[in-house]
Write a protein that binds this ligand. Structure first.
Ligand code: BGC
Length: 760
């Protein structure tokens, strides 16, 4: 059978068709075999090599195009124009010997054209359905322009906000992280690989990348067995169980062995223990990096080690040399076998077949334009920004502001009208014209009758060291530069003359994300001085933090403070809806917010130890409790919890029990609460955290409305990885359960796990 011809078998697609259901395994295998039998060794090595195609760099683009034309490239990344994609695809399909289409991958992290709030924000919504919808929108836009594969979700647990990639994560908790990981995979991929308008999901970075020493991106990671299995792997497991078709490796070494050359990690753990059956790609240049780590003498050895560890595809370093290009040489020398090479080629070909690329390699550009401008996408982005904001303070119910009574507002700060920053990092294909800034959102909401004064307040400082994203390959945004002294004075004047001051402070998008670790949690530049000058006027002040890090306001106390993250292209409209009470905030922190950077890392799920009654007094100079706990977030309403009960007082290991709790909206407006359930195992064969999240539900309640919320606690929630047994165990023990609106919830009850007494 010629696999490029539409076949007569019902499972083979006709030209122009997207698979209506997952393709049958046997059909995929037969098509892969037929192709593989015709491929040369060079074509095989090329098929498992992915190149950056920075079209802004002519020489590099020419080099990459030559590889494609020679049938020596299986995949490209960083091409985002559908015309370029069609052109390059035509070279692969029409000009190469076997006509194997290219797989186009890209960092579709939180939207493509329509920008959703950043991933940490989406996690703060505690709303997996919304998260799934957001990534479905991103997938539809990306697929329409010809992309097939998202290098996302990033499911790394992040417990140190000095690490900039915290922004791409779901925060510090494995349970929340797993829920968000699975939701994102469902959003990207749909029901099966090859679903119409969807892309392959690639959870990353396997594994442990978020635990970089000192929060320094790319630095080494040393994780105990218990942390790896109980904290860092659960989101990967959830993404794999949700069907993720790809996994990306990590840059750093895990316990001394570089992740990308680590056979135990990529084969024993990933494939044998977690059951992953898709294809593995390196992080950019991470195979070649095996020489940097000092575990490979040269590029050829690096390629051999990566392949034998279980890496299928190399994301070759931009402007550099590919390690997988050397695989034919390694094969000739007997350092790898044809079977090893074929195993990886098979997985990549299978992904292309499942995606329907042989039948539909090109995209319809007119349709792509229509998809990118679909107004429904903007509605999802706006809702997401509304649902992810976290209200941290609201003294004397300053918020919501009454738009009808208001006469004057001062909107101040370098991020109040910052179009590019509002979208956050990892955004390359947005239309800044479409972005509604906070200032624009407020003006649109208030209309002409209210006086809205604006000042950027202070300059945005430059980074001391350039980011990898500050290069000609990436679009740059102008940085605000003003005379700080004069502008602070002017801003204070505007605040003095207004009924309310709204400050938008934070970090520029270039200060957070990859290659953006930071040794401080202070407001960058002179923003603290600006904040204090505005507070000194006595005008009621709302601080909106555009940031992913828990920034330290040094004890300054604005009446209201809300974290708006980087809210995306519809952010301004959403923020105005929140400020003026059209919706109530319902987002919750996905991390503990420290008082002081010296406390890091500060996970809420800590273990008990010596002198537990003094657990909050580990430092002599200040409490080591967080400023705001994990799961915290205020609402314009208030909620009460009671009636915590179980359907049984005792269960045997392996059994499940039902938990019920009543939640009531005791306030005056319709609002959302996230009902959170935490457990604590009192004793067993290992120390267990004081509290661990094991269930949550976001509910919307009218004033006075009560709802019974139910959770199931079974072996999945009650077992843990025991480092001594090197296995999952479920101990017999009493368990305390806590339910409420954050990780310090006081409502508690307990049940026991006990083996039934043996019959005599
Ligand atoms: C990042 C990955 C990303 C890749 C391609 C790397 O530097 O670590 O997360 O997917 O670049 O852009």
């Amino acid at each position: 059978m010629n696999i490029n011809q539409p076949g007569s078998s019902g499972s083979v697609l006709n030209e122009g068709e997207a698979p209506a259901a997952a393709l049958d395994d046997a059909v995929v295998r037969a098509r892969v075999d037929a192709l593989l039998a015709q491929m040369t060794v060079e074509e095989k090595a090329g098929q498992i090599t992915q190149y950056f195609d920075f079209l802004t760099s002519q020489d590099e683009a020419k080099r990459v195009e030559a590889e494609v034309a020679a049938g020596r490239a299986g995949s490209l990344l960083f091409v985002t124009d559908p015309e370029d994609i069609n052109r390059l695809q035509r070279i692969a399909v029409e000009q190469t010997r076997l006509g194997i289409p290219l797989l186009f991958g890209f960092d579709i992290i939180h939207g493509f054209h329509t920008v959703m709030p950043v991933p940490i924000a989406m996690a703060a919504s505690w709303d997996p359905e919304l998260v799934e919808q957001g990534q479905a929108v991103a997938a539809a836009e990306a697929r329409a322009i010809g992309l097939h594969w998202a290098f996302a979700p990033m499911v790394d647990i992040a417990r140190d906000p000095r690490w900039g990639r915290l922004i791409e994560s779901a925060g510090e908790d494995p349970y929340l992280g797993a829920a968000m990981a699975a939701a994102q995979v469902r959003g990207f991929q749909g029901g099966y690989i090859g679903s119409p308008d969807r892309v392959i999901a690639g959870p990353k970075h396997f594994a442990g990348y978020g635990a970089a020493l000192g929060g320094r991106d790319y630095d080494e990671v040393n994780l105990s067995d218990s942390e790896l299995w109980n904290v860092y792997l659960p989101p990967f497991k959830a993404a794999i169980d949700a069907g993720a078709g790809n996994v990306m490796t990590a840059y750093m070494g895990l316990n001394g062995i570089p992740a990308t050359g680590n056979r135990w990690l990529l084969t024993t753990v990933l494939r044998d223990m977690l059951g992953f059956d898709g294809f593995v790609v390196t992080d950019a240049g991470a195979a070649a990096d095996l020489t940097t780590h000092g575990v490979a003498a040269d590029l050829t050895e690096a390629g051999v080690r990566a392949l034998q560890a279980g890496v299928d595809m190399e994301m070759a370093p931009p402007f550099g040399q590919s390690a997988y290009r050397r695989l034919p040489e390694a094969l000739a020398d007997g350092r790898i076998t044809m079977a090893e090479l074929d195993a990886s080629v098979r997985r990549v070909l299978a992904a292309k077949i499942r995606m329907g690329l042989f039948e539909q390699p090109y995209v319809d550009i007119a349709r792509a334009r229509a998809v990118l401008s679909d107004p429904k996408h903007r509605t999802v982005a706006r809702r997401a920004a509304e649902r992810s904001a976290v209200l941290l303070r609201n003294d004397d119910n300053l918020l919501p502001l009454d738009a009808k009574a208001l006469r004057s507002v001062a909107v101040i700060g370098p991020f109040a009208d910052a179009t590019r920053d509002s979208s956050g990092p990892w955004i390359f294909a947005q239309d800044d014209q479409e972005t509604v800034t906070v200032l624009a959102g407020i003006k649109a909401a208030l209309g002409d009758q209210v006086q809205v004064a604006y000042s950027p307040g202070v300059s945005v400082p430059a980074r001391q060291f350039r980011s990898i994203f500050e290069s000609p390959e990436h679009k740059q945004a102008p940085r605000i530069e003003v005379d700080d002294e004069a502008e602070i004075a002017r801003a204070a004047e505007l605040a003095r003359g207004a009924e309310v001051a709204i400050l938008v402070l934070g970090e520029a998008q270039i200060m957070i994300g990859e290659n953006a670790s930071r040794s401080s949690l202070d407001l960058p530049g002179r923003q603290q001085q600006l904040l204090d000058a505005v507070l000194a006027t006595g005008t009621p002040t709302v601080v909106l933090l555009m940031s992913a890090r828990p920034l330290d306001l040094k004890g300054s106390a604005p009446q209201a403070q809300m974290t708006i993250w980087y809210p995306g292209t519809q952010g301004g409209t959403a923020i105005a809806n929140l400020l003026f009470g059209h919706v109530s905030p319902g987002g919750k922190l996905p991390f503990n917010w420290p008082r002081n950077i010296g406390q890091l890392p500060l996970p809420y799920a800590r273990l008990k130890s010596h002198q537990p009654h003094k657990a909050e007094q580990r430092y002599w100079n200040e409490p080591n409790s967080p400023l705001y706990p994990f799961g915290f977030g205020l609402s314009y309403s208030s909620f009460a919890f009671d009636g915590l009960s179980f359907d049984r007082a005792e269960i045997a290991p392996g059994e499940a029990l039902q938990v019920s709790v009543e939640v009531c909206n005791t306030g005056k407006c319709t609002a959302d609460e996230v009902v959170q359930l935490y457990i604590h195992q009192r004793y067993g064969s290992a120390a267990r955290p004081v509290r661990e999240l094991k269930g949550f539900q976001r509910v919307t309640l009218e004033p006075g409305e009560r709802r019974t919320v139910q959770f199931t606690l079974g072996p999945q929630q009650l077992r843990y990885w025991n480092a001594a047994a090197r296995d999952w165990v479920q101990d017999e023990s009493p368990f305390d359960v806590f339910v409420g609106s954050d990780s310090t919830a006081p409502l508690t009850a307990s049940f026991a796990v006990r083996r039934a007494a043996p019959e005599v």
